[in-house]
Design a protein around this ligand. Structure first.
Ligand SMILES: NC(=O)c1ccc[n+]([C@@H]2O[C@H](COP(=O)([O-])OP(=O)(O)OC[C@H]3O[C@@H](n4cnc5c(N)ncnc54)[C@H](O)[C@@H]3O)[C@@H](O)[C@H]2O)c1
Length: 437
């Protein structure tokens, strides 16, 4: 295959996309402004935890199809299709997205673009951004822009990139659709739906999907609040409503709520953008979705205080989990770390365990105590909080934990432990949305 692709920004999304496009047979040059990431990727080491990505990276480096650089001229000159995968974090002090990485990347590739090149946005952006980029590049003859939002989930990123539910491509010119059909030909041949839209629709598909998922999680967490007041069990409620095919069982796990580098900032940026384009009222419900989600964190701290006799001060609390979800080392807006920090600020001595995310957690929350060994993390604890649903914690023997704990209290903030087994080992078991479980 003679087409060479560049991937601009090699974080969670871009490193995965670069390796997977090489896996499809393309020559790929990944670029990042962070030299240590590039060094690591060129050495075959994924600079974050993503199951299954290391072998794809290593085999494609070895086959000579994949390389990484910090040199824009090298990456962009060699390729004809350029995927923009840089970050779009929340602006400090505002709900809107910070697009500085996107515009910096576009400005940096611009001098090296050639007639016939296609620039493909994959980052999650406010509606209208693709048009701004197309305008920014309009003075380069023959350069076209397309928008191809990414739906991969951390923890399943390779599988989701090579076998996505759908491909969405927003275009405004003659070449975008054809070139992207060529890139994704093996996936399309496998039956993956390929939807071609205009720019704003493609941009909105991504934030609409994330808003729906966030709403489903906050819906069941709102039901958890009602169950707590009514003495009902939200897990049984979720199971029962999930049998209705119009509702479905997925994303109905009540607990500590969502976090990470996507859902929270995406729904906030969506609200902010809707306000700018005169559709603010349409998304006021997302404010409630966000609030319900954040209330779960405060509620978990309330429950901890109540269990510990009115105060967390002076108590040792073990957090099982730091990542925002299992099978990831991503701690961006992690509910587990937020709860740990709130209890630390109330005077608790918080010991955080996580199978993969401790280094990242220590970087953003340096005042907490981190422990890699699970039994050591539990030794002397007065309260255990199950905050991230790693299989390690489901498999933890409650009797072994009881043998080292100073107080046998557990809050299952993910509704994933076995209450019977924990009670049988002498623990008081409390869960979110299940006051009588
Ligand atoms: N992480 C996910 O699961 C996921 C899924 C779908 C969509 N997205 C979206 O993809 C985008 C990237 O997310 P991420 O999680 O990979 O973020 P990330 O922070 O892990 O990666 C962004 C990368 O871009 C690099 N970068 C910053 N400025 C640059 C520039 N000017 N030129 C080149 N590189 C630059 C950074 O050094 C970093 O490595 C975001 O818009 C996000 O919302 C992420």
């Amino acid at each position: 295959m003679s087409v060479t692709l560049s991937v601009i920004g090699t974080g969670y999304l871009g490193a995965t996309h670069a390796a997977c496009m090489a896996e499809l047979g393309f020559s790929v040059i990944g670029l990042d402004v962070n030299p240590s990431k590039i060094e690591s990727l060129n050495a075959g080491i994924v600079p974050f935890y993503e199951p299954g990505l290391d072998p794809v990276l290593q085999s494609n480096l070895a086959a000579g199809r994949l390389q990484f650089t910090t040199d824009f001229a090298q990456a962009v000159s060699a390729a004809t299709i350029h995927f923009i995968c840089v970050g779009t974090p929340q602006q400090a002090g505002a709900n809107a997205a910070d697009l500085s990485q996107v515009f910096a990347a576009v400005d940096a590739i611009k001098p090296h673009l050639k007639d016939g090149d296609l620039v493909v946005g994959k980052s999650t952006v406010p509606v209208g951004t693709a048009t701004l980029i197309a305008d920014r590049l309009a003075d380069i003859p023959g350069v076209e822009v397309a928008w191809n939002p990414e739906f991969l989930r951390e923890g399943f990123a390779v599988q989701d990139t090579l076998h996505p539910d759908r491909l969405v491509v927003g275009v405004n010119g003659p070449r975008g659709e054809d070139r992207l059909r060529q890139v994704y030909a093996p996936l399309i041949a496998d039956g993956v739906p390929f939807l071609v839209t205009d720019f704003p629709t493609a941009e909105l598909v991504k934030v609409a999907a994330n808003s729906f998922l966030a709403t489903k999680i906050s819906f069941i967490n709102a039901m958890a609040e009602v169950c707590e007041a009514a003495g009902a069990d939200v897990t049984q409620l979720a199971q029962a409503i999930g049998y209705d095919p119009r509702i479905g069982p997925r994303f109905l796990a009540a607990g500590l709520g969502f976090g990470g580098g996507c859902l929270p900032k995406d729904i906030r940026a969506f609200m902010a953008r809707a306000g700018e384009i005169g559709a603010e009222e349409a998304l006021t419900f997302l404010r409630e979705v966000d609030q319900i989600n954040l209330r779960r964190r405060a509620h978990t701290v309330d429950l901890a205080r109540q269990i510990l006799g009115g105060t967390c001060a002076g108590k040792q609390i073990t957090m099982l989990g730091a990542a925002f979800k299992p099978d990831s080392d991503d701690v961006r807006d992690s509910p587990a770390l937020a709860v740990a920090t709130m209890m630390h600020n109330e005077g608790a001595s918080v010991v955080v365990h996580d199978p993969k995310a401790l280094d990242n957690a220590a970087r953003i929350s340096p005042t907490l105590t981190y422990e890699q060994d699970l039994i050591t993390a539990l030794t002397g604890t007065h309260l255990v909080i199950h905050a991230t649903e790693w299989s390690d914690y489901r498999e933890l023997d409650p009797a072994a934990a009881a043998a080292v704990a100073a107080g046998r209290h557990v809050i299952d903030a993910r509704n994933a432990l076995d209450p019977k087994a924990w009670r049988a080992a002498g623990w008081t078991y409390r869960a979110l949305g299940r006051p009588t479980a």
